[in-house]
Design a protein around this ligand. Structure first.
Ligand code: FAD
Length: 470
């Protein structure tokens, strides 16, 4: 069977968002509403911010404004790898904030534990599995890099296991594997959309008002010190505002230089039969990711489908952001071909879903934070493909910065971090932006073909702490 036959019946929608348990849409904002905290964006960042605000101070009046549906953007379309890392991985963190890494890893570890505890506390069934993640090497040079990563990880208190070719194939059987690094502690698997819906339900139970189908189109300071947010049918007047708007055109103009929308794509198979499961092993159900610069991530769902995503990271000229870009047959075919190369035993399996989502990419690969309007507005954006876990930390940073519910005021351990205080290097304007990103993509692919050796262009970007990733 060729890859097109495997793809031909795939629905072009997120497997997660198509879940029959998807809740009904909440009502839109109409009329004039006052509140203490208005959160813009109903993805993980916004929902965690609303939930944490109520947990810190139950008497606060909190409102969430979502342009579309709760979890309808990246938060309902991702791979569901919920990582402890707040820095898009150890390597990136060590490059940028080596002195802070022990602290950042400790905070990240605590953040991951707190996410699991929160789900248990509110009875959220988001298919949470503490399986860890196995980083796969498909070439010798990648295995050498994993060996180095294992050393760094051990120095920072993790206990990952390095697996040779026979050991890794005993875990998950692919003829392409030459080794792996299994991090059992730092990553959980989750159903992304159920996580968003569950957080929204927990928010509502605490009294948060969530307005869906409500795009905020204007933001202005009022003479009485409050902030005014305008939508199509209503306005909100708030004492504080938190922006969790991801990569969408920002309400705060200064953010637009720091973010580019990068499309990332995923496929989901039909449920595997017991024989197919047996043919690949994977008894521990860990998340898997390969270790090239252009990497795949893959995992099992609760009913034993395989989600297979990544590899292509596509930027469209002029920060292109349109729903038709979520369908990219050429990328779906590439992904399917790579899937069958990895698991030839699964010949004949079909894909039921193929979709894309947008990653809020910044040049340092992990979220950045800041305030405006004399500290009455805070933002946390730029998670660059690793935000399932880190968004909860971002929510706490914003609440710290706004001074919400913290006895100690706005200075906290989090807000004192250099990682939190510093900003990424901005992207250049078009047409340079497109040219730089395309050249970088091309050079990344070349490095992968060349045993990981980075050419002059990538080395120059590395020197200036700049990059492009999904
Ligand atoms: C295909 C894919 C796979 C991924 N896989 C992983 C993974 O396995 N692990 C991981 O950690 N991360 C992954 N990510 C990244 C992760 O999904 C994001 O980092 C995370 O969801 C970001 O959450 P967010 O709330 O900041 O942004 P979003 O989920 O994008 O939410 C922002 C929300 O703000 C709303 N909004 C924007 N502007 C306005 C406005 N003006 N008014 C009202 N509402 C507005 C939008 O409608 C949107 O719902 C992946 C992303 C994609 C696309």
């Amino acid at each position: 069977m060729n890859v097109l036959t495997a793809l031909v019946d795939a629905e072009p929608t997120s497997y997660w968002l198509a879940d029959p348990g998807r809740p009904e849409a909440g009502g839109a904002l109409a009329g004039r509403v006052g509140c203490d905290l208005a959160v813009v964006g109903g993805g993980y960042t916004g929902l965690w911010t609303a939930l944490r605000a109520k947990e810190r101070n139950p008497s606060l009046d909190v409102v969430v404004l979502e342009a579309d549906r709760v979890g309808g953007a990246a938060s309902g379309r991702n791979g569901g790898f919920c990582a402890a890392s707040l820095t898009h991985g150890l390597g990136n963190g060590l490059e940028r904030w080596p002195d802070e890494m022990p602290q950042l890893e400790r905070l990240g570890r605590q953040n991951l534990r707190d996410i699991g505890d929160t789900l248990a506390r509110y009875g959220v069934d988001a298919e949470w599995e503490r399986t860890g993640e196995m980083h796969i090497a498909t070439e010798e040079w990648q295995f050498e890099e994993l060996r180095e990563e294992a050393e760094h990880a051990a120095e920072l208190g993790w206990r990952p296991t390095l697996l040779g070719p026979d050991e890794v194939r005993a875990e998950v059987d692919s003829p392409t594997y030459v080794g792996a690094l299994w991090d059992r502690e730092g990553v959980a698997m989750v159903h992304p959309a159920k996580l968003a819906w569950g957080l929204a339900e927990a928010c509502r139970a605490l009294g948060v008002r969530i307005f869906e189908n409500t795009r905020v189109t204007s933001l202005q300071g009022e003479s009485d010190g409050r902030l005014r947010l305008g939508g199509a049918y209503g306005v909100v007047s708030a004492r504080h505002v938190a922006l969790g708007t991801g990569v969408f055109p920002p309400l705060l103009k200064r953010l637009k230089h720091f973010l580019v929308p990068v499309y990332d794509y995923a496929l989901v198979t039909e449920p595997l039969t017991p024989e197919q499961r047996k043919a690949i092993g994977w008894a521990h159900r860990q998340g898997l990711g390969d270790s090239a610069n252009q990497f795949h991530y893959y995992r099992l769902t609760a009913d034993d489908r395989i989600l297979w995503g990544g590899y292509d990271a596509v930027y469209h000229y002029g920060n292109g952001l349109r729903s038709e870009l979520e369908r990219r047959p050429a990328t779906f075919a590439t992904l399917a071909e790579h899937f069958f190369t990895t698991f030839p035993q699964l010949e004949g399996v079909r894909f039921t879903n193929a979709w894309g989502g947008v990653v809020d990419t910044c040049s340092r690969f992990c979220a950045f934070y800041g305030t405006a309007y004399d500290g009455r507005l805070a933002y946390a954006v730029g998670y660059t493909g690793l935000g399932v876990g880190a968004t909860r930390f971002g929510a706490d940073v914003m609440l710290d910065q706004l001074g919400i519910g913290e006895d100690e005021g706005r200075e906290t351990e989090r807000t004192r971090l250099r990682m939190v205080r510093s900003k990424p290097v901005p992207f250049p304007p078009e047409p340079l932006r497109y040219g730089v990103i395309e050249l970088t993509r091309h050079e990344i692919a070349r490095a992968d073909r060349n045993a990981g050796r980075r050419g002059l262009w990538l080395r120059t970007l590395d020197r200036f702490g700049l990059g492009f990733d999904s």
